[in-house]
Design a protein around this ligand. Structure first.
Ligand code: FE2
Ligand code: FE2
Ligand code: FE2
Ligand code: FE2
Length: 414
């Protein structure tokens, strides 16, 4: 499939009246877990595109170009409204959060396994273990405060157990940044991976920024605050991988191409016929956006789209599915890593005066007051052991004990 060769619709023909902007939500008891995660992924993709459009417009000196950006943005917003309406009102903030972290785990694992650039693959594996741990912390909060089992929400496709403990994930900001890829030499799949995961993690960051203060309990509110700061680190990491040397119009073209790729992947992957039709409709709209972006690139940058995307054919499509064994392997081999500049090292190998330990001392001086630890400690106090969904013991021996929350893995000094 090459979206440059497809016929899209004119953007002006995509405007909808109110009856078509509010589809019926899915039924939370019946929906496939990966349909939920696709909806979150595409919501995040549209958000990224809308905000990119606003930032572009605010630094663009051509009023004519700004008009075209406003036209595209209206269409992207309309798509976001349709996707956003699919979440039902009876799905709680925390239930929805479990799907966010399931997406973070299974999307990241999928992208890491197909990633040819070792530098990018390491970044994916690194953050994978952190979101995997978030899933566990939120799941215990869910069981403790609402009596609901997250394993049902994730359809038993994703295990729920400690990853790199959240307490160990707090790093000095310099160390969250990665070196950017060169889009002239990077493979098409690498460029797609980096764009996709940046938008997905940014969506999670934004969601927690908005819902932390809407959550009912103090314990839950503080957990959102803490994990929200890790999502900021993840967005710093992945956003740091994006090529900084592209023009805004080149970036616009790549964004539209990524949207085409994702909607086509969702369309191929989706089993719910009603939602599949939405992915298809949006794909056709995105082809229209892509053609306009290519026209604008030609008009203002004097470049052909082939100079930015030499081969328009989609590489392998994205599938969301279970990755239990892959996650276990990454956990067993890299749980103790932290990031240092552009590299990853075991925290225990760092000198005692390293930024990592100084930062840890600032934010986690009183371990008992760290929200991600408190959630599990309180759960254990109430129930004797934590809540998990694991098919066999955790591959990291220190994380197997269900009666104690480990707060040292990944942050201990030698
Ligand atoms: Fe879009
Ligand atoms: Fe997360
Ligand atoms: Fe994350
Ligand atoms: Fe678009």
């Amino acid at each position: 499939m090459n979206p440059f060769e497809e016929k899209g619709v004119k953007i002006a023909d995509t405007f909808k009246d109110w009856s078509r902007i509010q589809p019926k939500p899915y039924c939370k008891q019946e929906v496939d877990p990966y349909t939920k995660t696709r909806i979150i992924l595409m919501n995040g993709t549209e958000f990224e595109q809308v905000w990119f459009g606003h930032q572009f417009s605010r630094s663009c000196p051509s009023q004519d170009l700004r008009k075209e950006l406003a036209l595209i943005r209206r269409s992207e917003q309309q798509q976001q409204k349709v996707i956003g309406a699919l979440k039902p009102p009876d799905e709680t903030i925390l239930e929805h959060t479990v799907s966010y972290e399931q997406l973070a785990v299974d999307l990241t694992a999928e992208l890491a396994q197909r990633e040819p650039d070792l530098h990018v693959k390491m970044a994916l594996d690194f953050a994978l273990l952190e979101d995997f741990d978030h899933l566990y912390r939120y799941s215990d909060l869910l069981e403790m405060e609402m009596g609901a089992k997250a394993e049902q929400l994730v359809g038993h496709y994703t295990e729920i157990m400690p990853g790199r403990p959240t307490i160990a994930e707090h790093r000095y900001p310099y160390d969250n940044l990665r070196r950017w890829i060169d889009s002239k030499t990077a493979s098409p799949i690498t460029k797609l991976n980096v764009e996709i995961i940046t938008a997905a993690e940014q969506q999670t960051m934004n969601y927690y920024m908005n819902v932390a203060s809407l959550y009912e309990s103090d314990l839950g509110r503080s957990l959102y605050q803490e994990i929200g700061l890790i999502e900021e680190q993840h967005v710093t990491q992945y956003g740091g991988l994006l090529d900084t040397n592209m023009t805004m119009l080149e970036k616009l073209l790549c964004h539209e191409y990524t949207e085409c790729y994702l909607y086509y992947s969702c369309f191929e992957d989706e089993k719910d016929e009603r939602i599949k039709a939405i992915w298809e409709e949006h794909f056709i709209q995105e082809v229209g956006h892509l053609h306009l972006a290519a026209d604008l690139l030609k008009q203002y940058d004097k470049k052909e789209w082939q100079q930015v995307i030499p081969d328009g054919n989609f590489p392998q499509l994205l599938k969301l599915r279970e990755n239990k064994q892959y996650v276990r392997d990454v956990l067993a081999n890299t749980v103790k890593l932290t990031s240092k500049g552009d590299n990853y090292v075991e925290a225990a190998t760092l000198p005692q005066n390293d930024d990592f330990f100084q930062f840890q001392e600032k934010v986690n001086a009183n371990v008992e007051a760290v929200p991600s630890h408190q959630v599990i400690a309180q759960y254990i106090e109430k129930n004797g052991m934590d809540y998990r969904f694991e098919e066999s013991p955790n591959p990291v021996p220190e994380l197997q004990d269900r009666k104690v929350d480990n707060t040292t893995v990944g942050r201990e000094m030698l």
